[in-house]
Design a protein around this ligand. Sequence first.
Ligand code: WT7
Length: 630
Amino acid sequence: MNVIRTFEDYQHHYQKSIEHPENFWSDVAHGFTWRKKWDKVLEWDFNKPSVKWFIGGKLNITENCLDRHLTNHANRTAIIWEPNNPDEDARHITYQQLFEEVCKTANMLKAQGVKKGDRVCIYLPMIPELAYAVLACARIGAVHSVVFAGFSAKSIADRINDAGCNVVVTSDGAYRGDKTINLKKIIDEAVQHCPSVSKVIVKEYIKSGAPLTPGRDVWWHDEIAKVSADCPAEEMDAEDLLFILYTSGSTGKPKGMVHTCGGYMVYTNYTFRTTFQYQEGQVYWCTADIGWVTGHSYILYGPLSAGATTVMFEGVPSWPNPGRFWQVIDRHKVNIFYTAPTAIRSLQQAPLEFVEKYDLSSLRVLGSVGEPINEEAWHWYDKNIGKGQCAIVDTWWQTETGGFMIAPIARVTPLKPAYATLPLPGVQPAVMNEGGLEVNGNNVEGRLTIKFPWPGMARTIYGDHQRFKDTYFSTFPGKYFTGDGCKRDEDGYYRITGRVDDIIIVSGHNLGTAEIESAVDEHPLVTETAVVGYPHDIKGQAVYAFVICYEKPKDEEKLRGEIRDTVSRIIGPIAKPDKIQFVSGLPKTRSGKIMRRILRKVAEGDVSNLGDTTTLLDPAVVDEIKAGAL
Ligand code: WT7
C-alpha cells in the first residue's frame, strides 16, 4: 500500500485519489487475501442510491483478520483483555488462540442452526466471547447485529424483529464498575416478543443463576465442548452483508445500517493504518464498546486485519477511581490510545494525581471520536496525557461511513486544536449552503456532504432502502448528506460544528429526539413531549424534555423520576432526560410543527433573542416556557 510519511506525501496521495479513485482503491485492496480478485472496482449512482465496490471479488474477512497472520505471527498477542476489576489479571490472547476460539464458536453457531445469510443478535458484555461471537458470524457468513449491553428489552426486541434474527448470543450478566447487570433477564423479556428467535446461547459469566428456557436456551460451555476447532471460512461475495448495526434516526425508529464484506474490510484496515500510522508490534487501545461502530471498526476489524495488538477493556473510566484508564495504559504499555471527548472531560475533573501516578511514556498517538472535541479538552489531553509529545488525531466519521473520513494522519498532518483537519485520501467532502449549492473555496461554512463513494460506506438501511435514500441522498441530490454542519477555514481544514438534524449526541452516544419523545409519552400521565439537546460540560450535550401532562403534576420530582425510569426501560439509561420541564403547551406553528429552535434557545438558557415567534399558533406559551425554564 501507499506509504504516507510527510505532508507532501499526503497531498500527493490525496490528489491521486481524486483524479483516479478506482486505481487508488484497487492499489489499497491488493494488500489483502482474496479468494478471487474483483472484476471491476466500482459501480455507483448516488441517485438510486446504489454503490458496489470490488465487484465479483470473493473473500472472507476472518481470513484477513486471523488466518493470514498465523504463518508469521501465530504467537503475537491479538487481544489483551483487561477485566473490569483491576485486581484480576489481564488475558493475552494470541492470534493462534483467537483463531481457534473463533472457529469453535463458528461451529457452535452452525450446530445451533445458524446458516450463511442468517442474522444473529449479539448482546454481550466486553468479554472475549463478544469478539469470538462477532468473528464467528463473519467466518460462516452469518450477519451479526450487535446490540450494546446497555439497551433495554424493548430496544433489543425492536432490533431483533427488524433484522429477523434467529439466534441470540448473550450472557448471564455483566460487570460494570461496582455493579452487575443481569443481561439474561433482559433478553428473556425481549425474546418473548420475537417470534423469529429459535435459540439463545448463554455464556455463563457472573453466575447470576439465570434460568434456561428448555428447548430454546443452551449454555455456551456445554455446546462449545461438542464442536471441533476446524472451521473453514465461508467464501463471501465482496458485496454480501457482513453486519447490521443500529443507529438513531430523526424519526423514532432506529436505522439498521448495512455494511458489506469487501469494502468495509479494505476501508477499516486502510484508515486504521493510515490515521494512526500503526507500526508493527505496537499496542493499541480503543476504549469504545464493541456495541458501537467504533468498537466494530477499531477494536476488531481494523486492528485485527492489520495484525495489531488490540486492548479490549471490560470496565469503566471512573471505577474504582478516575485513574483507571491511565493505569491500563501503564500496565500494557499502550502506544496508541483512542477515546471520546466525554471521557476526557470527565477525567479532567479529577485531581491530576490520578494521572501522575502512572507512567504514560509509551504513548505516541492519542485519538478522539464521537463529537466535536472542545479546545480546552484537546489541550488537557495533549498536555497531561500526551505530555506534549503525542500526535492527536480527532477522527470525524459515523456509523454510516464505516470508518474515518476526516482526520489527521499522525505525525504527518499539522494539527489545529478542535479541528478534524483534512479528508483522508479517497474522501471527497463538499460543503453545501442552505440553498443546496456547493460552496467552493476556503473560509466557508455549511452542511457537510460527501460527493464520491468510499469503500466503507453503508449500502442501505436493512429492509428500508427508501429510507436510506430519503435520509442520506435526498437533501442534496447526488451527494451523501452527513447530518453535520462544518466550517472549512482558510487552510482548508474542517471543523465539525455538530448535528443539524434532530439527533443529539450525549456522551458520544447518538440519540434521536423523536425516539426519546415517544418513550416519555409512554408514561400514563404524559400527553405530549418535545425533546432538545443543550450544552453540558461533561456530556457535550444533555437531554432537555418539555412535557405536557393530562393534569398538573402533584409531585413534580416524583413524576420526573418516573419519567426517567420509563425512558430507561424503553430505550436504556443513556437516553434519560437530564432536565424535565412541565409545560401546559408547546410552541407550534399553524401547521402543527413544533418550533424546536425556540425550545433549544430556552434549554440553552438564552431567552433574550428567540427570533420570530409571530407564526406561532399561541405565542403566549413561549412566555410560560421561558418563565419555567430549568
Ligand atoms: C456523529 C456520528 C463515529 C463513531 C462514533 C459516533 C459526531 C463523530 C466526531 C468528531 C465531531 C463527531 C458527528 C457524527 N462525531 N466523531 N471527531 N468531531 N463530531 O458514531 O453514533 O454514528 O455518530 O457523531 O455528529 O455525525 P455515530
